[in-house]
Design a protein around this ligand. Structure first.
Ligand SMILES: [Zn+2]
Length: 488
């Protein structure tokens, strides 16, 4: 196992990962509230934590990964009424579609994907424990609140002090709370299909308690990594810590990892702004790997701003990698089982370079840079004549490239299938029929066969003007697309 260093929001420092159980990482990430289909913003956290999990496994750790579904929420209740469905029917439908969305962008299912509605006994048990040890109180109205003041280190994750938090509302206590800072663990409610009997009457859990209860059920009272979007640090994660540590009398998660936030053309993504893209619609246009590439070009903790140029850039970068991989596969045909690498080449170096980047707070930016460097070096093999050593070297490059890309969830398709699909889409967006390109290439082949090189050059120029670049190889002419950004 490799030493891994990660930035811990709780300490504000980069720390070495020390797991509670040797070799086994227990990790929890807050999942989505299932009232609507997943958009590309939901994909952000899902992709980053998928890669973190993959890398931990690549570094020889066993990983137990829990990602929950929040399936009890006001938004779900309202949406199910609008659609004339029960909350459970709506939730089942959205979870199924979310599973398809995640699969389409290469995000693996977590080890456990618990739902709030199926974790009610654990939630009630934790609320009861908190009441028992004085950290919570039930009110006459049938609500239960967490007594924030009682937790001396409340605010340690988000670096807030209680008095600052209370601010101007010091003397105004709303509803049946003892203190305005107190938050709900259990809310009185009798909505059909979204409420349960409890020692405090019929109701449903507050949002924060669900993650405390579900993480404990699958990972124990203390575990290694807790993740989520940065917008969850306060109050959600702060409250999870407060509840879990008070109920379990031990530290909660050791390392807190937070992913950045997404904007589209520097604006928050929202339906009303019309810049809202569902995952389902994105993958109609591009293979899901393009979205992964678009995210992985940034560090997981950075904020990301998506523009059309980012997607095109990511698509082009992937096209380059796939075309290079396809070329390596061709060169590797008939590679001997064992041979020396060509002088000046050592393809497995990529694996070590990849580890060096990823073990430092999961630097996908650095990892992609190493991949591109390795591919550039591998592309030198295209020059000169064939040899057993060259075939062996090409094969090793392709293997190393596939091994590390697997961790990122990239280069998982057959190169030909990816290239064709992307090419078709780019031509469509450039408004060029593929038949026209193929026809021009055929005319050029015929002109050259008839030794009419002037005509051949003219046709090549016509293709270049369209953005089509030709490569004449012994096996015939291959082509690729120079996809220019609108902004140049
Ligand atoms: Zn949570």
């Amino acid at each position: 196992m490799r030493d891994i260093f990660l930035y811990n929001t709780l300490s504000g420092k980069r720390e070495k990962l020390e797991t509670l159980e040797p070799g086994h990482v227990k990790m929890y990430a807050c999942g989505v509230t299932v009232y609507d289909d997943c958009h590309i913003g939901h994909a952000m956290q899902a992709i980053y934590f998928d890669v973190i999990r993959n890398y931990l496994e690549f570094a020889s750790y066993k990983v137990t990964y829990v990602r929950n579904y929040t399936d009890v929420d006001d938004k779900i209740i309202n949406r199910s009424k609008e659609r004339g469905m029960t909350p459970i029917e709506l939730v089942d439908q959205i979870i199924r579609s979310s599973e398809n969305d995640m699969e389409s962008i290469g995000v693996r299912a977590a080890s456990f994907e618990p739902r709030v509605s199926q974790s009610i006994p654990e939630i009630i048990a934790m609320v009861a424990e908190l009441i028992k040890n004085g950290f919570a109180y039930a009110t006459a109205e049938g609500d239960v609140y967490y007594r924030v003041r009682k937790k001396a280190d409340y605010g340690k994750l988000s670096n807030r002090k209680l008095d600052e938090l209370r601010g101007g509302t010091r003397d105004v206590v709303q509803g049946d709370k003892e203190d305005d800072m107190d938050f709900a663990l259990w809310k009185r409610d009798d909505t059909e299909g979204a409420s349960w009997e409890s020692p405090w009457g019929r109701g449903r859990p507050g949002w924060h308690i669900e993650c405390s209860a579900m993480s404990k059920k699958y990972l124990g009272s203390s575990f290694d990594i807790h993740g989520g979007g940065r917008d969850l640090v306060f109050p959600h994660h702060e409250n999870e810590i407060a509840q879990s540590e008070a109920a379990n009398c031990c530290p909660y998660a050791r390392y807190w990892l937070h992913s950045g936030l997404l904007t589209i053309d520097k604006r928050k993504m929202s339906k009303s702004l019309g810049n809202h893209t569902l995952i389902r619609d994105f993958v109609q246009r591009f293979p899901g790997e393009v979205l992964r590439m678009a995210y992985l070009q940034s560090h997981y903790s950075s904020n990301v701003d998506f523009t059309e140029a980012v997607f095109r850039g990511a698509a082009r970068r992937l096209l380059y990698l796939y075309e290079s991989l396809q070329e390596l596969d061709r060169l590797a045909l008939e590679a001997p089982a064992s041979e020396k690498f060509l002088p000046g080449h050592n393809p497995p170096d990529l694996i070590e370079a990849f580890h060096q980047q990823m073990s430092q707070d999961f630097s996908t930016v650095g990892a992609l840079r190493e991949i591109l460097l390795s591919v550039r070096k591998a592309n030198e093999l295209k020059q000169g004549k064939k040899s057993p050593s060259k075939a062996f070297t090409a094969k090793a490059y392709a293997e190393s490239l596939r091994a590390v890309s697997h961790v990122l969830g990239l280069l998982q398709m057959e190169p030909q299938a990816f290239i064709e699909r992307l090419r078709l889409q780019i031509l469509k967006e450039m408004d060029i029929p593929q038949a026209r390109v193929e026809d021009l290439i055929e005319q050029r082949r015929a002109a050259r066969a008839a030794k009419d090189y002037a005509k051949g050059d003219e046709l090549r120029k016509e293709l270049t003007d369209l953005g089509i670049e030709l490569m004449d190889t012994p096996e015939g002419t291959r082509w690729t697309i120079q996809w220019k950004d609108e902004e140049g």
